[in-house]
Design a protein around this ligand. Sequence first.
Ligand SMILES: Cc1cc2nc3c(=O)[nH]c(=O)nc-3n(C[C@H](O)[C@H](O)[C@H](O)COP(=O)(O)OP(=O)(O)OC[C@H]3O[C@@H](n4cnc5c(N)ncnc54)[C@H](O)[C@@H]3O)c2cc1C
Length: 371
Amino acid sequence: MQANFDTDVFIVGGGPAGLAAALACREQGLEVMVADCAIPPIDKACGEGLMPDSLAVLAKLGISLEGCETGKFRGIRFLGEHDSVEAGFPSGHGVGIRRPLLHEALVQRAKERGVQTLWGARVTNISADTVVVNGGSIRARWIIGADGHNSQVRRWAGLSAGPARLTRVGLRRHFQMRPWSEFVEIYWGSRGQAYVTPVAENEICVALISRQRYLSFEHGLAEFPQLAARLSAVAPSTRARGALSLSRKLPVVYRGNIALIGEASGAVDAITGEGLAMAFRQALALGLALASGALSAYATAHRKMMRLPSLMSATMLLMDNNGGLCSRSLRALSRQPELFARLLALHVGELGLKDFGASSLFHLGWRLLLA
Ligand SMILES: Cc1cc2nc3c(=O)[nH]c(=O)nc-3n(C[C@H](O)[C@H](O)[C@H](O)COP(=O)(O)OP(=O)(O)OC[C@H]3O[C@@H](n4cnc5c(N)ncnc54)[C@H](O)[C@@H]3O)c2cc1C
C-alpha cells in the first residue's frame, strides 16, 4: 500500500457484491476496507436460489456453503395454467440459502482473509481519493461502489444510471414445510411470476415478482391458485419483505479510480436468478483489473458478462408482457423438453450461444408457430 493512503481499496456497501469484491481484491494482495450502513447478517428480499454457475464462482472466491443450512435443487420447472416443462442442470445442482446465512458466510470469509469491515457505517461523500464515513475521512487508491440499485457512489462519481428498462416489484416470504419438488418452480401468471426455492430441509422461499405492486403477499399469491392451494394449510415462517427488481444497463461502469459493481453497476430482472452470480463474476474481474491498475479491463469484462443474462432477461420479460406468447412458449417447450434443457444449459453457462445454435432457435420458432 502506498504511504499516503489508508487502504488500497475502499468498498462502499458490504452486501454480496461488496464482500465478493473485497475477497477478490485480497486474493490479489490488496488492502481492503468495506463499509456498510447495515449490521450483519444483512437480509434482503431475494429468491435465494444459487444456480450451479453461482456456486462455481463462489468456490473461486474461497467460499463453500457446506455446513450451512441449505436446500438443494437439480433444475428448473416452468408451470403455466395448462402446460409445464422441466429440465435438470447438465451438471451439478443449485442451492437455496436464506439471505442472512449467505451474508454470514461471506462475512466470515472476509474476516478470515483480513478484510477490514466497518458495519453500521454510512458513507456520506467521496471526492478524488477520499471517502467520508461516520464523519471521518479515509484515503484510498481505489473506491468501489457496491451500494445497490440507488447507488450514491454512482451519483457522486458522475456516472450515468442509464434508463431503467423495466422496474418490477418483488415480495418474498418463507414457509416451514418440506420442499415438494427437486426443482425451483416458476409459476407464470397474468401479471408476474411466483417462484419457489427450497432453502432448508423443512423450509421453502416463495418470491413473487410483478409489474404491479400487490396489496399484500396473500393478494399476490392468489394469482397463482395452484401454488396458493399448496400453501393454504401452512403458516408462513417470516414476514413478507419487498424489493425492486430493475433491469438496467449502464453505459460506463468506472471513472478514474472509481468503479461500480453488483446492482450499482446495472442489473437484469430477478426472474433470471443470475444477480448474485453476476456480482461474484464481476468481483473476480475487478480484483484482476485493480491488481493490474487498469479499470478498462474490468469494463470490458463487465460488458461481456452482462450479455447473456440480459438476453435471457429480455426473453423472459417478453413472455411476461405477452400472455399469448407465454402460453404458446410453455406449450411449445412442454412438447419439446430437450429444447428447454438446452436453454437451461445456455443459461447456466454450460452451453455457448454458438453451440446452442441456429437449429435450436429454428426449432423453437417452428414450435411457437405450431403451438
Ligand atoms: C425479488 C428479488 C429476487 C431475487 N432473486 C434472486 C435469486 O434467486 N438469485 C440471485 O442470484 N439473485 C436474485 N436477486 C438479485 C440479488 O438479490 C441481487 O443481485 C443482489 O442483492 C445484489 O447485491 P449487491 O451487493 O449489489 O446489492 P445489495 O444487496 O443491495 O447491497 C448493497 C449494500 O450497500 C449498502 N449501502 C448502500 N448505500 C450505502 C452507503 N451510503 N454507505 C454504506 N453502505 C451503503 C446497503 O446497506 C447494502 O447492504 C433477486 C432480487 C430481487 C429484488
